[in-house]
Design a binder for this molecule. Structure first.
Ligand code: TYM
Length: 333
């Protein structure tokens, strides 16, 4: 039997996860997991590129892992861990920092957006963030990375670094990863400004549905969702608020946006909002409740993280050893 290909992905535990994280990423990990050899982790080292409250960060890291399981990730068949528990990520990131160019990193839109919010003192970690992300992916010879659209540029730079190093050190050094973007849901928009992405770091809590929200909060947020002028329900770029609600429904139900739009012929925005709220509440409710349940058993989560990190370290050390070797560093014992 040929071994399964490797699929890997991660979320930054910088805040509670959102519906965007679920529909753009987690839901697809769950759907694809049985076909792949999977690694999923919480990127706590990425999270500290902007200032975090230490207690909160630890809490959100546990919460992220619990949410993966609550969303349907099978903890017995995938490798789950915290990025900081596998030191090879930071080590390979250093190496990759020596092969990625300032010009390339300066073009990253995430860096431009996030650094604009930092004022004068922009942490260097924010700039070299993509090198750590490339290390996350390349350490495990990953074939497929399921993410939302905002991570596309980071995947491209990862591929560029891999190809660049393969050319110098041999084509079998790194696997050049492919991106998996879902057909719908790759970019869920803010409920308050449908021209910008739904984000866990948005200061306005009304802009996002969090996977911790109660059914009531979900209903209120969707009721208040900013929609567009006019009254006809159409799936078009001119109606970004309506389009977003249809996309949310499509990503949850698996129906196409066109099919959903047809069912609203002659109906009003209010109908669309109410139905979307019910669908979101039905999708999020069980994840929220199961996450809370899992969070009550810290020793289970600690055990899982410990075992996951052990498995990940063995695999990561193999790739890192090979990289060090080819670069001319003396092998460590
Ligand atoms: P993060 O934590 O910002 O987001 C986690 C995942 O959720 C997706 N996502 C969205 N998808 C659709 N609509 C949205 N509004 C939305 N917001 C977020 C993201 O695309 C992502 O898939 N750099 C990454 C974390 C990371 C990573 C990795 C991912 C670090 N190393 C290695 C994959 C592989 C990030 O900040 O994701």
């Amino acid at each position: 039997m040929t071994p399964k290909k490797v699929m890997l992905s991660a979320v930054q535990p910088s805040n509670r996860l959102t519906l965007g994280n679920y529909l753009g990423a987690l839901k697809n990990w769950v759907q694809l997991q049985s076909q792949f050899d999977c690694l999923f982790f919480a990127v706590d080292l990425h999270a500290i590129t902007v200032r975090q409250d230490p207690k909160e960060l630890r809490e959100q890291t546990y919460r992220a892992i619990a949410t993966y399981i609550a969303a349907g990730i099978d903890p017995d068949s995938v490798t789950l861990f915290a990025q900081s528990h596998v030191p090879q990520h930071a080590e390979l990131a250093w190496v990759l920092n020596c092969f990625v160019y300032m010009g390339e990193l300066s073009r990253m839109t995430q860096f431009k957006d996030k650094s604009a919010k930092q004022g004068q003192n922009i942490p260097v970690g924010l700039f070299t963030y993509p090198a750590l992300m490339a290390a996350d992916i390349l350490l495990y010879k990953t074939h497929l990375v399921p993410v939302g659209e905002d991570q596309k540029q980071h995947l491209e730079i990862t591929r560029d670094i891999a190809q660049r190093m393969n050319q110098i050190y041999g084509n079998d050094l790194f696997t050049v990863p492919e991106i998996y973007l879902p057909p719908v849901g790759a970019r869920i928009m803010s409920l308050q400004n449908p021209l910008s992405k739904m984000s866990k770091s948005d200061p306005d809590p009304q802009s996002a549905v969090y996977l911790t929200d109660t059914d009531d909060q979900i209903r209120k947020k969707l009721k208040r969702a900013v929609t567009d002028s006019g009254s006809e329900i159409a799936y078009t770029a001119e109606k970004p608020g309506i389009k977003n609600l249809i996309d949310i429904q499509a990503a949850i139900t698996g129906q196409s946006p066109e099919q959903i739009t047809q069912t609203y012929a002659g109906k009003q925005y209010g109908h669309l909002k109410v139905d979307t709220a019910e669908l979101v509440a039905t999708a999020v409710g069980p994840i929220r409740d199961r996450t809370e349940q899992l969070l009550r058993d810290r020793s289970y989560l600690d055990d899982l993280l410990k075992q996951g990190a052990k498995k990940a370290r063995t695999r990561a050390e193999k790739t890192l050893g090979d990289v060090f070797d080819r670069l001319g560093l003396i092998r460590r014992g």
